[in-house]
Design a protein around this ligand. Structure first.
Ligand code: ZN
Length: 112
């Protein structure tokens, strides 16, 4: 399977955010799904990071409903809930704390 360059980049970014948690099966499944999707819709390349991150998060939530943990310093529930991707569909997605409405880190940069 030859992956679109945007998908290779997106996969690397999500893998960085997963870090030692791995979740390789969830990531591989999401990559396969989005590879098919990009073949059908080349113009979707700029959206693939946003979508891949949400696909992987949904899969990870089956076993770990708080990934990725909120680390926003002003959040009253810091380390108590998951961050979500904003916007739902767009380029340059951010992990965002929905309790405070604040962006925490760009997807791919959660770990510094
Ligand atoms: Zn929060």
């Amino acid at each position: 399977m030859v992956l679109h360059p945007a998908l290779v980049e997106a996969a690397a970014a999500v893998r960085r955010d997963l870090g030692p948690l791995g979740h390789d099966a969830a990531l591989e499944q999401a990559i396969a799904t989005r590879s098919w999707w990009l073949d059908e819709w080349e113009a979707g390349a700029e959206l693939v990071l946003c979508l891949l991150a949400q696909d992987v998060q949904e899969a990870v939530h089956a076993t770990d409903p708080t990934w990725p943990l909120c680390s926003e310093t002003s959040c009253p529930e810091r380390f108590g809930h998951a961050l979500f991707v904003e916007p739902d569909l767009g380029p340059d997605p951010f992990w965002t704390c929905h309790r405070t409405g604040l962006p925490v880190a760009p997807v791919g940069s959660l770990r510094g």
